[in-house]
Write a protein that binds this ligand. Structure first.
Ligand SMILES: Nc1ncnc2c1ncn2[C@@H]1O[C@H](COP(=O)(O)OP(=O)(O)OP(=O)(O)O)[C@@H](O)[C@H]1O
Ligand SMILES: [K+]
Ligand SMILES: [Mg+2]
Length: 681
């Protein structure tokens, strides 16, 4: 077996590693290939401008005319394209670095396949779906799968970077295991769920590595808008010489190209891909693998978040704490019935009832030959059909309905017992046999630490939280109040979850849902954002559009923040880019016309040293602003939770006004420098 000293994604938290920068520098040149370059219309225009001005320089050179100016312009334009390519490449390289650490945890594993009562050692690459592998203590899990037998504590650090062990158990919503993680205790049987190299995580890693990156609808819309703007400016610039003729101004082609490049939105055009990729990278840093960039973006616009109660808001390890008999039943009789009804119940609830009953001295007779009735979220009860009598335990409404159907008595003190348990936030399970309702079992659960604060933060960001539970309304209300959710839905069956999501969506809201069970799969698929727990069942993971490697349901909060940050960053840098272009206009237009049309002097607010320096200064600024903004594009604009309007106002002020002011100052400074070095020209 492999020993593991790997660290998972967290340890590779995004930095500019030397290797990433080197790779990106190389890729910046590779991206010059016309087919790649054409995907970014704004920068493609700059590339065409580069070729054109370089050709003019060569032509002038061959004619023995001055060519240096054309060549310098061509060079600055070329560097501008390289900077834009570099921005995208550096974002991709960082994503690849993160994904590589995930991949490393998954290669070269060996599995023990269980077949016809024998083991067989096999490289993980030869394991197929539905193979059963046995994994013991200190062994690594060879393939993604679901535990079909046993319970184990597992160290998932190789994948999640989190070294606290987690419990995974057959027959629960925490049965999922991941290749590369290590079993710490106990032996489990795992059913392989994926083809080698095509597991769920493998496919997700491929997405992160960018090979299959697709533009999100928002990104596409912005690209089209920027291309349209570019076209408009192209028409403006192409018609300028004709206008110039009226005023007897001859406009040099090089100056026209420079003007065009300054006017078109090169800053956002260059940074747009990097912003999108960085959003997915940030999600990965948070140990969330998104199936698409679109999912991350959508998360930024979520209105409603639906959460499960048990296991999501609460720790989910429901334990029996008390037996309360009703209707004159003796407690030992209730205990014995509860024990019988739970002996074959593999759920944590069932096991804890067995444990409590036995600890209190209950013993069960022989139940061989009796028929076990498994729990389902649909019926909300479970039990056993003994030869002599049926016994059921479950939610009060379900058991009362069942009791009536078999003409069993429902004692009048049942409600009081159930309410007392529910008010305390515990789950009451009612026990009944064919004769009568015997009593109630209290199942205690604990609200997770810190969820209240997180819900408050979500509220501040305008996200409403709704708890959905199969539990009764009183327990639900108690837990809802303790956890601080905005609303709750009790006694919900799986189809009620789905209906609630559809209803919210019908009112025009974007809905996020967190889940782990096979029951949750339809809801995860229907929700706009479905965040599945990595510990969950395969069905849940396939249905969602994101998976949290840490299996932390409150992680959605981070995803919402990452999505919001992505949208805000894109908006802010678009504003900045367009504002920038206004200033560059004021730098170049006077340079073209002032000499011939003295009336244009009013436009010459920058008072630059001369037309040549003005053009060069504007172009140099235009090129340098791209790498200067790469860190911001990758890190994202910082934001505090607040209203959308307040954010918009602040961003317009900072990035709009700043976007006009900064180039004025910077271009003026570059011009002063050029004048000092080469004289006013
Ligand atoms: N093993 C079991 N046997 C019998 N009844 C059960 C068992 N487990 C749960 N129940 C009852 O069925 C109800 C519904 O269970 P379900 O798991 O669908 O919802 P939940 O766990 O209460 O809430 P959530 O939807 O938040 O997970 C529970 O509230 C409880 O009353
Ligand atoms: K520009
Ligand atoms: Mg449940």
């Amino acid at each position: 077996m492999q020993t593991s000293s790997r660290h998972g994604v967290k340890a590779h938290a995004a930095r500019f590693t030397a290797q990433a920068v080197q790779e990106a520098a190389r890729d910046a040149f590779l991206k010059l290939a016309p087919r790649t370059a054409m995907k970014n219309p704004v920068m493609f225009v700059v590339l065409v401008g580069t070729v054109l001005t370089a050709a003019l320089a060569v032509q002038a050179m061959s004619k023995g005319q001055p060519w240096l100016y054309q060549m310098v312009v061509a060079l600055i334009l070329f560097v501008t394209v390289l900077f834009a390519n570099f921005a995208e490449a550096v974002a991709e390289a960082r994503g690849r670095g993160q994904a590589a650490s995930l991949r490393a945890a998954r290669s070269q594993l060996v599995g023990r396949r269980w077949r016809n009562g024998q083991f067989e050692y096999l490289p993980a690459a030869e394991l197929r779906p539905d193979d059963i592998v046995v994994v013991g203590a200190n062994e690594q899990i060879p393939a993604d799968g679901e535990i079909v037998e046993g319970v184990a504590s597992i160290n998932e650090a190789a994948v999640t970077g989190e070294s606290a062990p987690v419990l995974r158990e057959a027959g629960t919503d925490r049965s999922g295991v991941i290749a590369g993680t290590t079993v710490l205790s106990n032996e489990i049987k795992v059913r392989v769920t994926a083809q080698p190299g095509a597991s769920f995580l493998d496919r997700m890693i491929a997405l992160v590595e960018g090979a299959q990156r697709q533009k999100t609808p928002n990104e596409l819309a912005l690209t089209v808008l920027l291309a349209a703007l570019t076209l408009v400016f192209l028409i403006v610039v192409v018609t300028l010489p004709a206008l110039g003729q009226f005023a007897n101004v001859h406009i040099d082609v090089v100056v026209l190209v420079a003007l065009l490049v300054c006017l078109i939105p090169t800053t956002i055009g260059g940074l747009l891909p990097a912003i999108g990729i960085a959003g997915m990278n940030r999600a990965l840093e948070a140990n969330v693998i998104a199936k698409s960039g679109k999912a991350v973006e959508l998360a930024g616009d979520i209105d409603t978040l639906l959460l499960d109660k048990t296991g999501t808001i609460t720790l989910g390890d429901r334990r029996a704490t008390e037996f309360i008999a009703v209707g004159g039943t003796r407690v030992p009789d209730l205990r014995e019935a509860a024990l019988l009804a739970s002996l074959a119940d593999p759920t944590p609830e069932g096991k804890s009832i067995v444990a409590l009953a036995q600890a209190q001295g209950a013993t069960a007779g022989d139940i061989t030959g009796s028929v076990f009735v498994p729990f389902s979220a649909e019926t909300r009860m479970s039990g056993v059909d003994l030869d002599t009598r049926p016994i059921r335990k479950g939610a009060k409404s379900a058991i009362v309905a069942w009791a009536r159907s078999v003409q069993a008595q429902v004692p009048s003190d049942l409600d009081a017992a159930v309410d007392r348990i529910a008010r305390g936030g515990a789950t009451p399970l009612v026990v009944a046999d064919a004769g009568r309702v015997l009593g109630v079992i209290a199942l205690a659960d604990i609200v997770k630490h810190g969820v209240r604060e997180r819900f408050a933060r979500l509220r501040a960001m305008g996200v409403r939280t709704v708890m959905i539970t199969g539990d009764n309304p009183l327990t639900a209300a108690a837990i809802a109040a303790e956890a601080g959710v905005d609303d709750f839905l009790a006694e919900a069956r799986p189809e009620d979850k789905l209906a609630r999501i559809r209803a919210e969506q019908a009112e025009g809201r974007l809905v996020a849902m967190v889940g782990d069970g096979t029951n949750d799969a339809p809801a995860l698929a229907q929700a706009d954002i479905g965040l599945a727990m990595n510990s969950g069942t395969q069905a849940a993971k396939e249905a969602g559009n994101m998976v949290d490697l840490d299996s932390d349901p409150t992680k959605l909060l981070s995803v919402v923040e990452i999505g919001k940050q992505l949208l805000i960053t894109r908006g802010a840098l678009t504003t900045f880019s367009l504002a920038n272009d206004v200033s560059k206009y004021f730098a170049i237009i006077p340079a073209i016309f002032v000499a011939a049309i003295p009336g244009m002097a009013a436009l010459d607010v920058m008072r630059l040293s001369g037309p040549v320096n003005a053009v060069l200064a504007a172009l140099i600024f235009n090129a340098l602003i791209i790498p200067a903004l790469i860190p911001l594009a990758l890190r994202g604009v910082s934001f505090r939770p607040g209203s959308a309007e307040a954010l918009l106002r602040r961003n317009l002020l900072v990035f709009g006004v700043g976007g006009v002011a900064l180039p004025f100052v910077a271009i003026k400074l570059i011009d002063l420098l050029l004048a000092a070095l080469f004289g006013a020209r």
